[in-house]
Write a protein that binds this ligand. Sequence first.
Ligand SMILES: [Zn+2]
Length: 71
Amino acid sequence: MILPFVIIIVFVVVMIFARRNAATRDCRWREDRTGDKGSLRKYNCIACGAEAYRSEGPPDRCLKGLDAPRL
Ligand SMILES: [Zn+2]
């Protein structure tokens, strides 16, 4: 019987993707208007402390580990 193994493999793959999505969902991007640069709006992730500059809307993923360059 191969079917049980296929089900287990599919389950594991789904779990991996679910955990990735969960990690991204933990991020809470918050506008920081004091850090705006022209048309770029500064966003702080209050979950992991990442910083990002975007012109439209907060990032859709966590940028943890990608340090924004200090200006
Ligand atoms: Zn984050």
